[in-house]
Design a protein around this ligand. Structure first.
Ligand SMILES: [Zn+2]
Length: 858
């Protein structure tokens, strides 16, 4: 049972903190003092309770302020309550509501947990170096200093940091003074605005920066360790500056702080963290090589920066009251990370990028019985981190807001946001405040429209039966592990023509259409539902629209995803998807190829182990890719737009994956003719390395293993993709034992990606699985620090399509259900496996037959 934790804000409300802190990396400890001024509220008691975890507290003093002046309060016992992370200060007298100041000193350990105060390691000129950094979201401030560690407990902060000389020290606000004492420097920062404690941060180490000023006059600096070239920070700096200006205009609300720092940290769990005024990132996100970077590298950097910078308003300026409304932060940032790039980089066609990134992710997860709704009640701190579900709180929430934006129109949407900011700035808000603002700006009842989407788990399917001018629409919940239930959603249909009513909020509706031509629902894919066209003629019409690329690109991605989901559910067969896909060789948009690949991937998975099918699938890939490949070749031209460049390299990757000997030979030649990995075109580097690992000289694999630690994070990712493509289990064994483990070179933040990739390849799966079982203690220790840890069962389940592997899964994970972060995902993983085995039982023979016919015909 989750424990019911009391909100400490209900008894003590901080107004201002003065925090002095001094980390010592020699002894891996930190010490400091904190003075908290705040109001005791609620009934009189003899105790004030703060949060703390794993820190030592001493010298506790309490002063009461009232109209008669300041009075020292006698402090009796001070004890910690471990299971609630509490520090209880007992007074020798009754404490009445009023203003108090608590002063205490504390000390703690710096651990490699990637949260609280933690060290980042890197090498420079042969020497080991350390950066001290913080990660306080969601509830890790209590691991650094005693505080009220709840988002609603907003206050101002004075941070005073003491560390060695010759280091850069950053915090939320600019430094106001420094004082040198021997070989130590104490830096005092300006007072922050009123903010939540989880947004507090400091970073100290040998850093250098690229800086600029935004049009609005905000100083923008991007920092990296001195081991990184400064030029790799230029792109992120320019993007941040443009995005900051964009959001200030878009929200019609200025950026609230005088400066923005962005820091690339060598050790970092998430992609980035939106600490107010000092955003921290993974190196792989923020650093981009100006001489050789891929478009997707740029897109990802811009998107993550846009996400974090939108939080400077959503989340930082206006904050959710409690973690159950985490989506207010994340869903918005999830939408805004596309809104800014769509405006600033029109040639990327950002909404296509959104569609290919998010739709498959959402629908693969929101279709199980045990999935959480977007808004969830959570009190137990151990469960707070499980709320950060990328598919639900981020992607699904963002899609719902996109749906709402399309439904009420951009103008009303922005007007509502502006009034939401001005009403709630520096405060906390709930969804009701947002719905009220958007309701007013749009003149529509937004609360009734949105509430079911947030409070009900799962998503609907809409069965659309059109006969001439009659259109019948029926909704039910779409689940892969249960029969449909009668949950109802108010579904904005967002069709290609005006439908009356535009919202399906009953189980069934019959519409009379003015014209008899076929309707396409969910025309820009914003609607959070799967469409099932029932009539064969209607299905043919949609397929034809796909083949002729007549639907908007987002819709093409969505329709192909719907077909895939319907096959997975048993309403259709994967053969239907394959029939459509085989006609799409001339699809012009690279993003759509991502979803084409998914259908082909499913064919592989559902026939896995059958060599004939494997060969036939290779042939399918070559048939689909050959025309574009012939036309586009290998080399980028200066006149190419981003789509052409990306499409070119997708085709080369498909040719190599289809094992075309000529293409493989060319890849190996290109590898041979390049001096260093840095010189291989970043767009195609991972693909070339895949060819090298699969078909090149074996000694090149050793070279890649040796090079890994010496190259940037972008190239490390390419090497990982390549190594995980080996077909030789013995080589895989060697790779894993060299790369992972306490002596291995893979940083803990990257371990999950290694595990997932080696599980996905069926040649290396068993090796990876056995490694996981054998080295679980190490793996658990490394992954436990990560927000993504709970998803391990999901990655494992996603590759299982046989009973034999299902048994392995159960044997391994059932006993681990006691790990709270994994509980739900172990269950969902099992449901996923059952659904896939059932799908295989239904479709395997038909897919094999289809492949055989296709190969004969082609
Ligand atoms: Zn975020």
């Amino acid at each position: 049972m989750p424990k019911k934790v009391k909100r400490l804000f209900e008894q003590f409300q901080p107004e201002h903190y003065e925090l002095s802190i001094e980390p010592d990396v020699e002894s891996m400890t930190f010490s400091g003092s904190v003075t908290i001024r705040g109001r005791k509220v609620g009934p009189p008691s003899q105790r004030i309770t703060l949060h703390q975890k794993d820190i030592r507290v001493s010298d506790v003093k309490v002063i009461k302020h009232d109209k008669n002046g300041d009075k020292k309060v006698a402090v009796g016992r001070v004890n910690t309550q471990k299971s609630f992370d509490e520090l209880r200060i007992h007074a020798g007298e009754t404490l009445y509501p009023g203003t108090y100041t608590i002063n205490l000193t504390f000390s703690g350990k710096i651990t490699k947990s990637l949260r609280g105060v933690y060290p980042c390691f890197y090498k420079h000129k042969g020497k080991e170096k350390i950066i001290v950094a913080t990660q306080l979201e969601s509830h890790h401030a209590r691991e650094v200093f005693p505080c009220i560690d709840e988002p609603e407990a907003k206050s101002s902060f004075d941070v005073i940091y003491t560390g060695p000389k010759d280091q850069t020290v950053l915090s939320n606000m600019p430094a106001k003074s420094t004082k040198t004492n021997g070989n130590k420097v104490t830096t005092a920062f300006e007072t922050t605005p009123i903010m939540s404690v989880y947004l507090l941060a400091f970073v100290a180490g040998e850093l250098h920066a690229v800086e600029t000023k935004s049009k609005a006059g905000v100083a923008v600096r991007s920092w990296g360790t001195v081991a990184q070239s400064k030029s790799h920070l230029e792109y992120a700096t320019k993007e941040a500056s443009d995005i900051l200006d964009f959001f200030a205009d878009y929200f019609e609300t200025p950026y609230p702080l005088p400066k923005l720092d962005q820091v690339a940290l060598p050790d970092f769990d998430a992609a980035a963290m939106e600490n107010w005024g000092v955003v921290t990132y993974r190196e792989s996100v923020l650093l981009t090589d100006p001489k050789n970077r891929s478009i997707s590298n740029e897109q990802f950097a811009t998107q993550v920066i846009a996400h974090e910078l939108s939080h400077q308003w959503f989340g930082n300026l206006v904050t959710m009251k409690w973690w159950n409304e985490l989506w207010l932060n994340e869903s918005f940032a999830g939408l805004m990370e596309h809104v800014a790039p769509a405006a600033l980089h029109p040639d990327w066609q950002q909404w296509e990028q959104w569609a290919i990134q998010d739709i498959a992710l959402i629908t693969s997860r929101d279709t199980y019985k045990d999935i959480q709704s977007i808004s969830v009640d959570v009190d137990d701190p151990e469960l707070i981190e499980t709320l950060f579900d990328p598919a639900i709180v981020y992607a699904k929430g963002a899609r719902l807001l996109k749906m709402l934006r399309e439904y009420i129109g951009e103008e009303a949407f922005v007007k509502g946001l502006k009034s939401y900011f001005s009403k709630n700035a520096y405060g906390n808000a709930s969804r009701h405040d947002l719905w009220a603002a958007l309701g007013k700006s749009s003149g529509k009842d937004i609360e009734s429209l949105m509430t079911p989407w947030l409070t009900q788990a799962g998503m609907p399917v809409v069965h659309a039966t059109q006969n001439g001018g009659k259109l019948s629409l029926t909704q039910e919940r779409f689940m892969l592990d249960e029969p449909a239930d009668d949950t109802l959603w108010p579904i904005p249909l967002l069709a290609n023509k005006n439908l009356e009513p535009g919202v399906l909020d009953t189980t069934n509706v019959e519409l009379d259409l003015a014209l008899k031509d076929f309707v396409t629902l969910n025309n820009f894919a914003s609607g959070q539902y799967i469409t099932h066209y029932v009539e064969p003629a209607h299905i043919d019409y949609i397929s034809q629209q796909l083949k002729e690329s007549k639907l908007p690109t987002e819709a093409r991605i969505n329709v192909l995803n719907d077909m895939y989901m319907l096959a997975r559910h048993g309403d259709a067969s994967l053969v239907d998807s394959l029939d459509t896909v085989k006609e799409l060789a001339h699809e012009p948009r690279d993003s759509v190829w991502g979803i084409i690949a998914r259908a082909i991937g499913a064919a592989s998975q559902l026939t896995e182990g059958d060599k004939t099918s494997e060969d036939q699938i290779k042939k399918l890939k070559l048939t689909l890719a050959k025309d574009w490949h012939k036309k586009l070749g290998w080399d980028d031209q200066t006149s190419d737009d981003p789509n052409t460049i990306q499409l070119r390299h997708t085709m080369v990757a498909l040719m190599i994956s289809g094992e075309d000997p000529v293409t493989i030979k060319e890849a190996l030649l290109r590898y041979k003719n390049t001096k260093t990995l840095q010189d291989i075109n970043a767009e195609i580097r991972a693909t070339i390395l895949v060819a090298v690992v699969k078909d090149g000289d074996k000694k090149e694999i050793s070279k890649l293993l040796e090079t890994y630690s010496l190259v940037g994070a972008d190239i490390q990712q390419d090497i990982t993709s390549a190594l995980s493509a080996t077909k030789d289990p013995e080589i895989a064994q060697h790779i894993l034992s060299t790369a992972l483990g306490p002596e291995g070179f893979v940083r803990s933040q990257d371990v999950m990606r290694w595990v997932a990739l080696f599980l996905r390849n069926h040649h290396t799966r068993k090796v990876m699985w056995d490694y996981m079982v054998k080295e679980w203690d190490w793996l658990y220790e490394v992954l436990d620090a990560s927000k993504g840890f709970g998803y391990l069962p999901v990655y494992c389940a996603s590759v299982v399509s046989t009973k034999e592997w299902k048994k392995k899964y159960i044997d391994f994970f059932e006993p681990r259900k006691s790990i709270k972060a994994m509980q739900r995902n172990i269950t969902i993983g099992l449901a996923d496996i059952d659904a896939r085995i059932a799908w295989r039982t239904r479709d395997e023979v038909a897919i094999k037959k289809w492949l055989e016919n296709f190969t004969k015909g082609g």
